[in-house]
Write a protein that binds this ligand. Sequence first.
Ligand code: AMP
Ligand code: MG
Length: 351
Amino acid sequence: MTKTILINIDKDNIDTKKLKHAAEILRAGGTVTFPTETVYGLGANALDINAVKKIFEAKGRPSDNPLIIHISNYEDLNELVLEIPKNAEKIINEFWPGPLTLIFNKSSIVPGIITGGLNTVAIRMPAHPIAKLLIELAKVPVAAPSANLSGKPSPTKEKHVKDDLMGRVDAIVCGGDTAVGVESTVLDITSDIPMILRPGGVTKEELERIIGRVEVDPAIEGTQKKHLIPKSPGMKYTHYSPNADVILLSGDLEDIITGIEKIRKDKEDNGYRVGIMATDETKDKYEGGIVISLGSRSNLETVASNLFKVLREFDEKNIDVILAETFEEKGLGQAIMNRLIKAAGYNILKV
Ligand code: AMP
Ligand code: MG
């Protein structure tokens, strides 16, 4: 057990002295969780192998799942990468700081433990004021995966971080709910045509508006065929799993509602506690089960920001089976569906 200190910071009125304490822990080789605009991160000095090891231990993360390095300025980028491709500058100017991670060829100072032995490195400049200032004060690049136990839904609230990592990290910086709610988009820019390896906070459509054609790793696109091996090592792992079994229903919305009702009755007759992950438009159409709405279908930002919180809420209510509606894989819908499909372990029922 590690003694975890809690540091409360108001993101709109940051107490620099308090945040400096967290930065010193990072500099000294400790682990600190902190809010970013996507989800909470679990950080350590990216250039200190022993510190990075503590991230893997605290999360129970497989050692071949590489980490994203978070930076606060462009000098750090130059030191961490071999070269900055031409199209990268346009992307960086448009989307950094923000929820977009870029894959570069790595420089020799990046330890292999960060990249899972790959020659490439994932880098992001977060926009959240606490994350930005913390990294700046630490004066080191900060490796930071999501601050959850491996396999669990990513944390979007302080409580989620405490539930998963109290006693496992040196400090928890509490800074309110995260805004985007799904992780960053991971974009590989080492090839001529950039490729999305993980859909996230920045959409394919937004990227294409700035840089033209963007590909999506076929292993994560569309129906997400289980047999394809994703290019991003971490994408092969079970993710976002609540304790309950998750079943997704896809098809026309009316058919989804009918399908969910049918399975709900059947499951409840057999003694299961059923949760229904619904939307504002549908939530009143279910006649039983514990119904939680993700928000309106016309506001995917809200749906994304509520997704992980709602998955965890069903666990708190000891639900056995979650029946979930699905979304069109367009815009932010691509990231939402990617996370839902992972949460369901590819358990999708076409109705
Ligand atoms: P997390 O920090 O838990 O949100 O996960 C980081 C994601 O970035 C995982 O899916 C990793 O596989 C991916 N990633 C990190 N480094 C690389 C890299 N060099 N090449 C491809 N994907 C990477
Ligand atoms: Mg994660």
